[in-house]
Design a protein around this ligand. Structure first.
Ligand SMILES: *Cc1c(COP(=O)(O)O)cnc(C)c1O
Length: 360
């Protein structure tokens, strides 16, 4: 039998989560973010599932876009960082890719290009993230240069929010105010809303939502936020027990002996480790489910295995199912116990883990 570690992906849950995003702003269009292999879920399968419901798809680079085009996806695709070199504009033209334009180099490349069809441009303003985007003072002039260019079509007015996942943080309102004061009178649809803003910042929603993580069932606000209950988990990372043993008080488990038993302890060994993308930094106590029942990580996670506490399950035996995250173990809870975020767990799921799709 093959190694039992598998990621089960529920495509109908992804569709449900898109509907949750749409319900927040029924008149807005949705750019479904499927970069990084749809946050580890498989970009082609996710795009096929959402084609017809999402208005467009967003990726990080032309390689990701071409994978979708080659799969037959016809919907608009946007490159979230635009192109990295002028030659890539030929690919964008041929494959009909929309482009973020975030800086002077990209602006020049676009103006100098001679595409067969006009570019769909997402013009980015830096309103406070201080990563990419034109300075607010330069934005209107840049917009006007693009508008005057015969091979530029529609221009979407765009910015990105740095702190939308902090519910009462004033930074979001400040960023939106900067945007309004420098672009409020320019023509074109407006887009600022990542998942956190889709859920919690009505004023950021504009004409194009850009949900990512929420499509994959994880709220950016953590599991205690009410939005957690609206979203359905989309990925269940599962494996089996491959070994069980009883340890005495004082005996330690795994590398470095991090967990030392204080009582007689039944320990289960699970066939999943950090080479699968399970976080090595998972602390003792990180939740898992064994036979559908709550358990916890004890001892350091190794490359291909990890160890769990079976003290409350004296019947547990090799072959029994273990869920590392999914419908019984919130991915956000695993992330919090490991000092990371669901985004990193999903995108870090390694190629070694087969994805199995539950179709609608
Ligand atoms: C990744 C990304 C998003 C999606 O963010 P989530 O927090 O996953 O919803 C939206 N906009 C841009 C520009 C991005 O790069």
């Amino acid at each position: 039998m093959a190694r039992p570690t598998v990621a089960h992906i529920d495509l109908s849950a992804i569709r449900h989560n898109l509907e949750v995003a749409k319900a927040q702003a029924p008149t807005a269009q949705v750019l479904a973010v499927v970069k990084a292999n749809a946050y580890g879920h498989g970009a082609v399968a996710v795009a096929e599932t959402l084609a017809g419901t999402a208005d467009a798809f967003a990726v990080a680079c032309t390689e990701e876009a071409l994978e979708l085009r080659e799969s037959g996806l016809d919907a608009p695709i946007v490159l979230l960082e635009g192109v990295f070199a002028p030659e890539e504009l030929d690919i964008a033209d041929t494959a009909r890719l929309g482009l973020v334009v975030h800086g002077e180099d990209q602006l020049r490349w676009v103006l100098d290009a001679r595409p067969n069809s006009p570019f769909w441009v997402w013009l980015k303003m830096d309103t406070g993230m201080h990563r990419l985007g034109f300075a607010p003072e330069d934005y209107a002039a840049t917009h006007s240069a693009l508008r005057g260019c015969p091979h530029v079509g529609e221009i979407v007015l765009m910015t990105h929010l740095a702190r939308a996942d902090e519910p009462s943080h004033p930074g979001t309102a400040d960023q939106l105010a900067v945007f309004r004061s420098h672009a409020g009178t320019l023509p074109g649809p407006f887009s600022a809303a990542n998942s956190a803003a889709v859920i919690d910042h009505a004023k950021a929603r504009g004409q194009w939502l850009r949900p990512g993580i929420m499509l994959y069932g994880a709220t950016p606000f953590g599991e205690t936020h009410p939005s957690a209950a609206l979203l359905r988990p989309t990925m269940a990372l599962e494996s089996h027990l491959i070994g069980v043993r009883e340890l005495d008080p004082g005996e330690a488990v795994g590398y470095g002996g991090r967990f030392v038993c204080t009582a007689p302890t039944r320990v289960g060994v699970v066939a999943a480790g950090y080479a699968d993308g399970y976080p090595r930094h998972a602390r003792d106590g990180t939740p898992v489910a064994v036979n559908g029942k709550p358990s916890r990580i004890i001892g350091r996670v190794s490359m291909d295995m990890l160890t769990v506490d079976l003290s409350s399950q004296p019947e547990a035996k090799p072959g029994d199912p273990v869920q590392l995250w999914g419908d019984r173990v919130a991915v956000n809870a695993v992330a919090a116990a490991s000092g990371t975020i669901a985004y990193q767990l999903f995108t870090g799921l390694s190629a070694r883990v087969p994805r199995r799709y539950l179709r609608a």
